[in-house]
Design a protein around this ligand. Structure first.
Ligand SMILES: Cc1cc2nc3c(=O)[nH]c(=O)nc-3n(C[C@H](O)[C@H](O)[C@H](O)COP(=O)(O)OP(=O)(O)OC[C@H]3O[C@@H](n4cnc5c(N)ncnc54)[C@H](O)[C@@H]3O)c2cc1C
Length: 490
């Protein structure tokens, strides 16, 4: 068994026999894999799925189940809650969210298809209650559907893309709607005839003399089995946050985050299999990070400062964007300053360190050991403008502006060493929106497709990420890959 490594493909001439033959072989039965299977079966292709875990769903089944969709005038839920959402605004937002490496072709396709994709998810049996939950949340604690799940209302996003809430969460009371999302998608794939092998780790791909992917080697019942995939192999094996060696090599900044956002099998095996047959990778340095500093949402009215006593962000922006800004502060140090009126223990980290408390901001400054006057000057400037409903430095929205002037005052410690930052990876194999995996010349690697976090998809920039983008991307582009593989000539 140790003869096989994801990064070293098996040569066709070394295949002793085909143990399994199918049209489409899918690696991983999570968000992307289940949707790829449904679409490939819809077209009539034979589908076999190989899932290393003993059950279906991948990281997606541990997730919040939030899917980022909108455009085309609005989903049924957006419209019901009196929000309109144009495709243009959705596309602009997604381009901003994708950052410097945003893929305009992929973004345009997704923006045009958001509403139809939401309807498709419902048609697969995923329940959405259809109600709107106002306020600022990480995940809904109710079974409502629609919430503001990104940077839509925050500067600079709100200036360039008309804001609309686009996080659509599968119906589930409390956190963890991903379980409902995946139970339904995976059941649908199996009902449609996809054959799923559990406890089946894909070890490597099989390539012919011309570099075309012909199948894969999988460990089944403790033995290597050789799978022929006549129309193609689709890699849907998640990202690489659980592979410390890969994280150290490609995205070392993420090591500062103590908490991996994963169901456990994001070990990069899919990406390494792609690299092994000549695929290019993109954006391997990018990662989602979060610092869940609210709820309660009153904390958003506080201000973050660094160890120079200076602010560095509009605190009403998405928590993941705040996390990236904290990570790049000098020595990675940051505190959230709050007064008595807005203080509350953060729900996710109730035991977080309160680094300083005082009856004046001067006392808090001294207790933090900051240069004399630095914090006081920052608070004075903030309070002076907040009293006018303005934030000329960072453009925080007026709803979140209020002078911090009610003692006692406190500084909540928010550095990665003080609290659990959460992370998963956003880099992966280069693909077309159709899922075709590309080599270093931008040419397709024949017989190979990828989607979800194994590919570099729609979410490409930690600073621009919004909750729901990964599941939106994985489910939608998983479908594209399933269709593209299924229509290939065997
Ligand atoms: C707690 C939590 C909350 C989250 N909340 C959200 C949210 O609300 N919205 C959102 O958009 N994203 C959310 N995410 C992130 C999201 O769940 C993932 O990014 C998403 O599931 C990626 O989909 P995927 O198909 O690429 O991977 P997965 O869903 O993880 O599926 C990959 C599958 O491949 C299998 N696999 C891996 N290697 C092999 C191998 N060699 N052979 C066979 N099988 C293999 C894995 O076991 C897994 O089942 C959350 C994640 C977590 C953990």
């Amino acid at each position: 068994m140790s003869d096989y490594s994801p990064a070293r493909p098996c040569r066709l001439e070394n295949v002793p026999q085909w143990d399994i033959e199918t049209d489409v072989a899918i690696v991983g039965f999570g968000a992307a894999g289940s949707c790829a299977a449904i679409e490939a079966r819809e077209i009539g292709a034979e589908v076999e799925v190989f899932e290393v875990a003993s059950e279906a769903g991948g990281s997606a089944s541990w997730s919040g189940g939030e899917v980022y969709v909108g455009g085309s005038g609005g989903t049924s839920v957006q419209r019901e809650a009196n929000f309109t959402d144009t495709t243009e605004a959705f596309e602009r937002y997604l381009m901003m969210a994708g950052g410097p490496a945003a893929d305009a072709q992929r973004v345009a396709l997704y923006a045009q298809s958001g509403v139809a994709h939401f309807e498709w998810l419902k048609a697969q049996g995923v329940p959405f209650k259809g109600t709107y939950l106002p306020g600022k949340w990480i995940e809904p604690t109710t079974d409502d559907t629609l919430l503001w799940s990104g940077n839509e209302q925050a500067w600079p996003f709100c200036e360039q893309a008309t804001p609309a809430p686009r996080g659509h969460t599968a119906q589930f009371k409390g956190w963890g709607g991903g379980k409902v999302l995946m139970e339904n998608l995976c059941a649908r794939a199996e009902t449609m005839g996809a054959k799923v092998h559990y406890g089946a780790r894909t070890l490597c791909l099989i390539v012919d003399g011309e570099g075309a992917v012909q199948g894969l080697v999988v460990r089944l019942d403790g033995k290597p089995r050789f799978v022929r995939a006549r129309r193609g192999v689709i890699l849907c094996a998640g990202g690489f946050i659980a592979n410390r060696e890969m994280v150290t090599r490609f995205v070392p900044q993420a090591l500062a985050c103590k908490q991996q956002v994963t169901g456990g099998n994001d070990d990069g095996s899919g990406i390494r299999m792609g690299i092994g047959v000549g695929a290019a990778t993109l954006n391997m340095q990018e990662f989602f990070a979060t610092l869940p500093f609210f709820p309660p949402e009153s904390l958003v009215k506080g201000i973050f400062i660094n160890n120079r006593g200076q602010r560095f962000i509009n605190e009403d922006t998405y928590h993941g964007r705040v996390a990236h800004y904290v990570l790049r502060q000098p020595e990675g140090r940051a505190w959230l300053l709050v007064d008595n009126a807005i203080f509350g223990r953060p729900v996710i980290e109730p035991n977080i360190d309160i680094a300083a408390v005082g009856e004046s901001w001067e006392e808090v400054e001294q207790e933090l050991g900051l240069p004399e006057g630095a914090l006081q000057h920052t608070v004075e400037e903030f309070n002076r403008h907040a009293a006018q409903g303005e934030d000329p430095y960072f453009h925080k929205g007026a709803d979140w502006l209020r002078p911090l002037n009610e003692p006692p005052f406190a500084a909540i410690a928010y550095s990665p060493e003080d609290t659990n930052f959460h992370a998963f990876t956003l880099g992966g194999l280069a693909t077309r929106p159709s899922g075709e995996v590309l080599d270093a010349d931008g040419q397709p690697v024949r017989g190979l497709y990828a989607a979800g976090r194994t590919a570099c998809g729609l979410p490409r920039w930690g600073e621009g990420y919004s909750s729901g983008l990964s599941l939106g991307d994985s489910t939608f582009f998983g479908r594209q890959a399933g269709r593209q593989a299924a229509v290939q000539e065997p």
